[in-house]
Ligand binder design. Structure first.
Ligand code: ATP
Ligand code: MG
Length: 463
């Protein structure tokens, strides 16, 4: 019927899922695996070169009511029981079991006004977003149900809305974003009518919460080429709603480059490893491009530490990260990377300058910063700057190997020593002396011995 072998799907079904299906069957109910798990296995079957599917949750749909599901299993969490979902815990894993639902009205473009349960699988599949997500697999009968020809769409690599795309997108604004994200994670194209329905549905997209947008962005960042998602967002108006500051980069071309700053950001992001915060930083690094000096495509101007392209980009990236509710840890990581995305002046300086730069970037963030610098220069095809970057990277790593003292905490003396031995009073003088000693060891790490530093402290405070 569907013209596809179920062998791989059959082999992929976890035992626990079969056990759940059998328990439901023995109690007189039916169930199907449905959604991402079925889709991803079939896609891997059709395109083995994509490799094994990344882990997706095995979700089951059933004609049993949530209360009935709850009674059949020993360990059950009522995850979203009002929407019909309970999580069955089996051998330490959770499996979502959701009662078949029909579609109701959406007055807010976000959540159905109320949920009603149905016993008909077709009605449940009809309310799903894309045809490739509306394929059900009866794991006991080894039978696929594909009323909207999702398998044909998987073959053609087309994302097509189930039913009338304009209506479906108006109902739930998250769907357009899922469409963009899935195009990237599945390496698929949006079918023409589906794409055409996005722009007229932006009013419902505007209702989507920042947390949900962040979650979809993070999923997109895990794609082989996240730019596929962001190109759709750029072209169909989602980016204008969520991140107008990024969209503006489309109209900026820095001196010495032949692509606009948004395209450069997309390429940089794609070249980075699939680590969401790192790719977020790659995406936002260009936010200060309007502050870039003319004719210096590779390096930042010497005054950048105080202002300029890195600082402007960092403060805008911070605002965007806060708006999209990134965790504090991710936000801080993004901000540091973005601030230092250009080759610093110390590329051409000596080791003391390099250590001062290291102190500012912090050893913990150095590899992130180097990764984005390198990806950006590769994206911009700045071959000469890329060579300087590679030499800089090697010097930075060599410095790190030596674990040089960078902060007051790394000094061979403490504030206590300065009070007890040198006789400094607590307060600003003590602080300034410690800072001066940090300066001494940044210039010359071999000065970081108790004797030498105490000597310096005495000399500093005697005049
Ligand atoms: P992934 O797990 O890779 O994020 P997925 O498609 O499995 O992708 P889930 O959020 O796990 O996404 O959703 C499971 C299924 O529920 C989907 O495949 C789809 O059938 C349906 N679904 C999810 N979100 C929506 C939505 N906003 N509108 C309609 N159907 C949806
Ligand atoms: Mg899923």
């Amino acid at each position: 019927m569907t013209g596809i072998s179920t062998a791989a799907l059959r082999a992929a079904v976890p035992d626990a899922v079969r056990t759940i299906a059998r328990t439901l069957r023995d109690a007189g109910f039916r169930s199907w695996a449905v959604g991402g798990c079925v889709r991803d296995e079939l896609l891997a079957e059709l395109f083995p070169e994509r490799g094994a599917p990344t882990k997706n949750d095995w979700d089951l749909a059933t004609d049993a009511r949530p209360e009935q599901v709850q009674k059949l299993f020993r360990r059950v969490i009522p995850t979203g029981i009002q929407h019909g979902t309970v999580t069955v815990l089996l051998r330490g894993q959770g499996y979502e079991v959701t009662t078949l639902r029909g579609e109701t009205t959406y007055s807010d473009g976000r959540r159905p006004d109320d949920v009603f349960f149905v016993s008909d699988l077709a009605a449940d599949l009809e309310r799903r977003d894309f045809t490739v997500n509306a394929i059900a697999y009866d794991v006991l009968a080894d039978e696929l149900h594909d009323p909207f020809h999702g398998i044909d769409d998987l073959r053609r690599r087309l994302l097509r809305a189930v039913g009338d795309p304009a209506r479906r997108f108006a109902e739930d604004g998250l769907r357009v974003l899922r469409g963009a994200r899935l195009a990237a994670t599945l390496d698929m194209d949006l079918e023409e009518a589906t794409r055409a329905a996005i722009a007229p549905s932006l009013d419902s997209y505007r209702q989507v919460s920042a947390e949900r947008i962040r979650d979809e962005w993070y999923k997109a960042f895990k794609a082989r080429q996240p730019s596929r998602a962001f190109e759709i967002m750029r072209d169909e108006g989602l980016l204008a709603v969520t991140a107008p500051e990024l969209l503006r980069l489309r109209d900026l071309v820095e001196a010495g480059l032949d692509v606009d700053a948004l395209t450069l950001s997309f390429r940089t992001m794609d070249l980075l490893p699939a680590d969401p915060a790192l790719r977020f930083a790659g995406l936002c690094h260009g936010l200060g491009a309007d502050h870039a000096p003319d004719g210096a495509p590779g390096a930042a101007p010497a005054e950048d530490a105080q202002g300029g392209v890195g600082a402007a980009a960092a403060s805008r990236a911070r605002a965007l990260a806060a708006r999209l509710r990134l965790s504090n840890a991710d936000r801080d990581r993004v901000v540091t990377i973005v601030r230092h995305h250009r080759l610093p002046p110390c590329v051409d300086g000596g080791d003391p300058e390099l250590r001062r730069w290291l102190r500012e970037v912090t050893p913990q963030r150095v590899e992130d910063v180097l990764a984005v610098q390198g990806a950006r220069l590769r994206a911009a095809q700045q071959d000469a700057a890329l060579e300087r970057w590679a030499a800089f990277r090697d010097r930075v790593r060599a410095q790190l190997e030596e674990a040089p003292p960078l902060t007051a905490r790394d000094l061979a003396v403490t504030g206590r020593d300065l009070m007890d031995v040198v006789g400094l009073p607590p307060g600003p003088v003590l602080g300034r002396t410690l800072d001066a000693l940090v300066g001494v060891v940044l210039d010359d790490p071999s000065a970081n011995t108790r004797e030498t530093l105490l000597e310096h402290a005495r000399r500093l405070t005697s005049d």
